[in-house]
Design a protein around this ligand. Structure first.
Ligand code: XIL
Length: 455
């Protein structure tokens, strides 16, 4: 199942050609069955690359103020392929005075991420906390329209740049009541959450819209069940919700529990994606980190995992040393466990279906050779792997067929043409094999390698 960007373009005839065709067909069959086997081990060496090989992302919260710290950005750029601004998209940051929007710090993070091929999770449009003083003191219909205007303005500003928004954050009470949290937003009327989702959908129809909360990890807890019931109700009434974020701040008071996987899969069964959005674990036990990642990988609709900071010193709970890198930026045991889980984890796939149907084409020659292979395929997307030979500094141009879209890449630095369909991938020191995930959007045509150039 390969296609070459360079090679002999003359037509072949005669017995040798027939032998070659038979051999190629056998190789194609072998490659097809190997490539579509669920759980094929991979050998990613960074969190983002390994997650991408499983069709997921691995993200981190980023603080704009830390982007000038070289140790921080080295780890960020090497390891992560998704970013969530830690505070810079919150209401107090983006609308410090009513009607005056301020996007500088958020844009710094968005630009840093997107220029490096990382995706952005937006956090958060409507929340009882980190409201600017003007909003904290508002109530009733004035607050309702100010909130909706905020959602509309911010989601419109970042339209097309944010893959998923935490539209509403932390709207439920802790404890056993299963009730909504009493907040100024809740007091505007119980429908404030769905109103926020509708405003967000209208402002950015391309973004996934998530409800995000904490202490919703244990399937037996009232808060988990209350959020589940809300999502089920939203789905049944057509309220535009696409995903549920599980913050997953685990500590001794709120520990990881083994029914976490049941929670993720139960929500997914409602027809929403699930995402681990703010993971940190007191003391960073490797086994617990591994379990969380394995649980996500076990649920086909779990899109990815975001840790809430890079080094322990970056954490909002630094004294709990809950992250994957120590304060000097060295990998902790939890890092190794997460990477191993990402590499070893089985890939839950839909049963293998018909592989892409376009016959291999022979693209024009370049000064190196790039061979594209199909890899894992899911119900909505598929991975491709490109092996380059003949150069270590290379530029490979790959085209996908609209309405396909590349949603993730690994082991290279991508740029796109204005259509978004033609990707120019440059070597970035990660070796000679790069990969990418294509969202099929109903079209399963194999991407085409257009050229390979050595530089
Ligand atoms: C935290 C940030 O990490 C801190 O820097 C800030 O002082 C407070 O907020 N749930 C959320 C996040 O949704 O926005 C919070 O982030 C952590 C808990």
């Amino acid at each position: 199942m390969t296609e070459r960007c360079q090679g002999d373009t003359r037509p072949r005839t005669g017995p040798r050609a027939r032998t070659a065709i038979v051999l190629a067909a056998a190789a194609l069959l072998a490659a097809t069955s190997a490539a579509f086997l669920p759980g094929t081990a991979s050998a990613g060496t960074t969190l983002g690359a390994s997650a991408a090989e499983k069709g997921r992302y691995f993200g981190t919260a980023v603080a704009a103020s830390r982007l000038s710290d070289g140790n921080y950005t080295t780890i960020l750029n090497r390891e992560f392929n998704s970013v969530t601004p830690e505070n810079e998209m919150k209401i107090d940051a983006t609308e410090p005075q009513q009607g005056r929007f301020s996007y500088g710090a958020a844009e710094q993070i968005v630009n840093h991420a997107r220029s490096r091929g990382m995706s952005v999770r937006g956090h958060t449009l409507a929340w009882h906390s980190q409201q600017p003083p003007w909003m904290e003191s508002m109530s009733g219909s004035a607050l309702r329209s100010a909130m909706l205007n905020h959602v509309t303005q911010v989601a419109t500003h970042f339209r097309g740049q944010v893959v998923a928004w935490d539209v509403v954050n932390e709207a439920f009470e802790d404890g056993t009541s299963g009730a909504r949290r009493n907040s100024n937003l809740q007091r505007t009327g119980n429908d404030w959450i769905e109103a926020a989702f509708r405003a967000a959908r209208a402002a950015d129809p391309g973004a996934k819209l998530c409800y995000n909360d904490y202490n919703t990890d244990n399937w037996t807890h009232a808060k988990t069940q209350a959020v589940y019931n809300m999502v089920r109700d939203f789905k049944s009434r057509g309220v535009p919700i696409d995903c549920v974020g599980f913050q997953s701040h685990f500590n001794n008071d709120s520990p990881y529990v083994s029914n976490y996987r049941t929670t993720l899969s139960s929500f997914a069964a409602l027809g929403v994606d699930v995402q681990v959005t703010e993971l940190d674990i007191q003391g960073a036990p490797a086994a617990t980190y591994r379990s969380v990642v394995e649980d996500c990988l076990a649920v086909a609709r779990c899109n990815g995992v975001t840790v809430w900071g890079i080094r322990d010193s970056d954490s909002w709970r630094a004294s709990q040393t809950p992250l994957l890198f120590n304060s000097s930026g060295q990998k902790k045991a939890a890092y190794d466990a997460v990477l191993a889980a990402l590499n070893n984890g089985t890939t839950p796939t839909d049963p293998p279906t018909t592989p892409p149907t376009t016959p291999p084409t022979t693209p024009p020659s370049g000064s190196c050779t790039a061979t594209l292979q199909d890899s894992t395929r899911w119900g909505d997307r598929f991975n491709s792997q490109v092996t380059v030979s003949g150069a270590s500094n290379w530029t490979v141009v790959v085209a996908v067929t609209p309405p396909q879209k590349v949603s993730n890449t690994w082991n290279g630095s991508p740029t796109w043409d204005s259509s978004g369909n033609v990707m120019t991938m440059r070597s970035n020191g990660s070796g000679n094999v790069f990969g990418f995930t294509t969202m099929a959007n109903g079209t399963w045509t194999r991407p085409v390698v257009r050229s390979c150039t050595a530089s």
